[in-house]
Write a protein that binds this ligand. Sequence first.
Ligand code: NAD
Length: 497
Amino acid sequence: MIHPASSTDVRTRIAVAPGDGIGPEIMAATLRILEAAGAPVDPTPIEIGAKVYARGETSGIPQNAWDTLRETKVLLKAPITTPQGGGYKSLNVTLRKTLGLFANVRPNKALSPYVHTLHPELDVVIIRENEEDLYAGIEHQQTEDVVQCLKLITRPGCERIVHYAFAYARAYGRKKVTCMVKDNIMKHTDGLFHEVFKEVAKQYPDIESESLIIDIGSALLAEQPERFDVVVTTNLYGDIISDIAAQIAGSVGMAGSSNIGTEVAMFEAIHGSAPDIAGKDIANPSGLLNAAMMMLVHLGASEVAEKIGNAWLRTLEDGIHTGDIYHPDRTQEKVGTQAFADAVIARLGQKPQTMTPWSLPHQAGPIVIPEYQRPKRKKQLVGCDVFIDWAGKDPQEIGDRLTELAGPQFKLKMITNRGVKVYPSGYPETFCTDHWRCRFVSNEAIIEADRKTYPPVDFSALLTLQQRLHGAGEDIIKTENLYAFDGERGFSLGQGE
Ligand code: NAD
């Protein structure tokens, strides 16, 4: 359950972080517009970012800020400056992970002709899983040649984000959700995301669904963005395509985003703290203002968001522009940060005349998603991949050696190097590193083209096998158990296996 909506006649306490660089200026401008529009919020400032880092707090967030966040459950955040080096942690990553902000939502809409874009019809929301994937940050150097980064995709993580995307589409009157992953290659990780997408899509028959491989999907997004409505994807792909979408919309400096958790939600501009223009009253406050409008919808105050959104569009149409979007043919008056805010305030109650006015369906507001129910399947240990550091070059040599050591209970099924089968019967052209993945399964395993049986194996027998390998001088750098779930293989095959 997402944080419940407040009724619009009660002021909801929100935490606001003025941030660094241009942050305090754009926050002041944004809060003035919210106040003038009658937004039902009561802002409580918290201090996070550069000053906190400077005091030696490496997370950039002091305890009292956490306490306020836990009470308010909503944060409007201006950009902060991340210190370089010195063991400081990324404040954004800390906030996302600590508060379980699993969904990153980035609407991108063309503001043509007031903001230049080649795609005037572009109107796409990128919904990105925010906590998992390669961003778990689990990396190891294993041999002289090889480092690894673990890509963790979980069923609850996939279910949450995919449900969120469909529920968002329904709440915001959108028609289609597109899934983009690379499950033709990563059949288990991206495969799980895609499988969950297909399962969840059936529960939203009113919303069209489609799936694309991420490479062609991102190419189409860059070329024909108007064919997309809502896109849902995993963390890394989402990071990349949300920047592509913002860039081709022409609105990197104007877009807002939300980071949604089951308890807390954070709203921010997508740009950084722009230290080069800080303190000059020239920054465009539109990114943070758009984030604030998303926050108002989340709080159930969509009519106030609509009022501000329309005044903002009208301001752009009237040619009142900050320097970053100045254009000699379209700008009537080049203004600073606070004067831009004054122009929006002066237009509250007005609507744009050429651009489509903001209009949100009544049900827009907090998104509710179902609780995760863990499926119960029978898990059986059926083998082990033993990774060995060996500087030799000949796969036959290590293969014969390990076949000897497999013992009566196991057989060496295959060896791969960087995922390609090199034993038995590899190709002499395959380049081999010092990182050998050696797959041991039960001696009774039958693995033929039309028949695959992985009999269960005993964990202590696997430990004895490893002891034997170690005793014979093999350098085991890691092992990965092989499991079947309800008899279904839970691991990938080697290329050529
Ligand atoms: P940036 O987005 O701050 O600036 C890039 C360029 O865009 C600069 O020329 C800047 O002047 C301009 N710009 C950005 N926002 C603008 C606005 N509202 N109005 C007018 N012009 C604007 O990116 P950067 O320079 O790479 O990063 C600066 C700092 O911000 C770094 O410390 C970085 O770590 C941090 N950062 C923070 C966040 C965040 O807090 N969410 C996000 C990105 C970067």
